[in-house]
Design a protein around this ligand. Structure first.
Ligand code: ACO
Length: 350
């Protein structure tokens, strides 16, 4: 029997810093409002034409691969999580395979938004445990800055998000080492799918929506996926009921941590480091309080990067490890919650 271990980890954030003051040039907001509600001081935005979700993923992947002591040609499977892909299709996985000149390996894209990385890690973990692959690259990357409404209309969403990427290389390790991913736990509740969603472009034709968002019946054939009217009505931007997301996140994130601990006969006292998805500092603080964790048991960095969705967990994990906050033998817990709703947890013996 074998487990999978994180053999290499890396992250990349763009150089361009966008402060709360910078946002005030585009919308009616304030540094005070943003910091008080979210903890965010600044975020990074990708170079407009020089960087994409894939290229940032590539930068993070290069570091993870080097730290694993292998080359891109040794990777035998890619799992790429993002909600802001370079193209509607094909996915970022194949673009990364091309950019890193990898072999003709499998490339899978995961669309689970904020819990995307933990889902992707879980998928990769299963392939390692069954012995199918030996070196899997798992990437979470987002270029949100291209897809947000920067007018006052979109301020409840746009102030939260930032760009960046994180990556890990998973390899097999013998059970006797005690090291590696102990378990992963995946959940969903589609009853609130529209609470945090981007409806268009899409094929829903108002089917699921209590209020129609576009007139599909009178639209010309060929103008239903994306029309001028949809753009005029700002339907190409995310919608979010922030308070509803907040309420659910503070229940489901601690729940999945407790579930992961119970599955391994452990308690919150055993956690050396919790990496909560960086949705909002207030959510992370609530989770910490509910689990009765000390400050040194939790790593947050949303203050600097905002919410980078699928990239937030690997960026924070890598940053905590680089800062010496995670050492060999430590128990690390990952917990994420986001659109879908989906939520997920993982326990790792480092
Ligand atoms: N600047 C100034 N005022 C704002 C802003 C802004 N950027 N955004 C909203 N407001 C105003 C609203 O218009 C509203 O004004 P009104 O009372 O005059 O109507 C007021 O502030 C309160 O709005 P709410 O949306 O109720 O504000 P809330 O206190 O809930 O905070 C927030 C909003 C920060 C989005 C919060 O609900 C939240 O963090 N929710 C969790 C959602 C989350 O984390 N999403 C991240 C992505 S999903 C994920 O990763 C889980």
């Amino acid at each position: 029997m074998q487990r999978s271990k994180i053999a290499g980890i890396g992250y990349y954030v763009p150089k361009n810093i966008f402060t709360n003051e910078d946002l005030k040039k585009y919308m009616d907001t304030s540094d005070e409002w943003i910091q008080e509600r979210t903890g965010i001081k600044e975020r990074r935005y990708a170079d407009r034409s020089g960087e994409t979700t894939t290229t940032m993923g590539v930068e993070a992947a290069k570091i993870a691969i080097e730290r694993a002591g292998i080359t891109p040609q040794d990777i035998d499977f890619i799992v790429f999580a993002t909600l802001s892909p370079d193209y509607f299709f094909p996915g970022c996985g194949v673009l990364l395979q091309r950019a890193l000149q990898m072999k003709e390996i499998g490339a899978l894209d995961v669309r689970n938004q904020c819990s995307g990385f933990v889902y992707a890690l879980s998928v990769a973990d299963q392939f390692i445990k069954t012995g199918m692959y030996k070196n899997i690259l798992v990437v979470g990357s987002e270029k949100h800055s291209f897809g947000l409404d920067f007018s006052t209309r979109g301020r409840n969403v746009s102030v939260i998000f930032g760009d960046g990427a994180g990556a890990v290389v998973l390899q097999p390790t013998d059970l006797s080492t005690g090291q590696g991913i102990l378990s992963t736990h995946l959940h969903s509740d589609g009853s609130s799918a529209e609470i945090l969603a981007m409806y268009n472009p899409g094929t829903h034709a108002n089917h699921w929506l209590p209020q129609p968002v576009a007139n599909f019946d009178d639209a010309e054939i060929g103008e239903m996926f994306m029309s001028h009217a949809m753009i005029d009505e700002a339907q190409n931007f995310p919608n979010m009921d922030g308070p509803a997301v907040f309420k659910k996140a503070i229940v489901k994130m601690p729940e999945v941590v407790e579930e992961a601990l119970a599955a391994n006969g452990l308690t919150t006292a055993d956690i050396n480091m919790l990496i909560p998805h960086q949705a909002n500092l207030r959510i992370a603080q609530f989770v910490q309080h509910k689990l009765k964790l000390r400050d040194d048991q939790v790593h947050n960095n949303i203050q600097k990067y905002g919410n980078t969705t699928a990239a937030s967990v690997p960026i924070a994990l890598c940053e905590a490890w680089e800062a010496g906050k995670i050492k060999k033998g430590d128990l690390v817990c990952l917990a994420a919650f986001g659109s879908g709703f989906t939520w997920a947890g993982a326990l790792i013996r480092w």
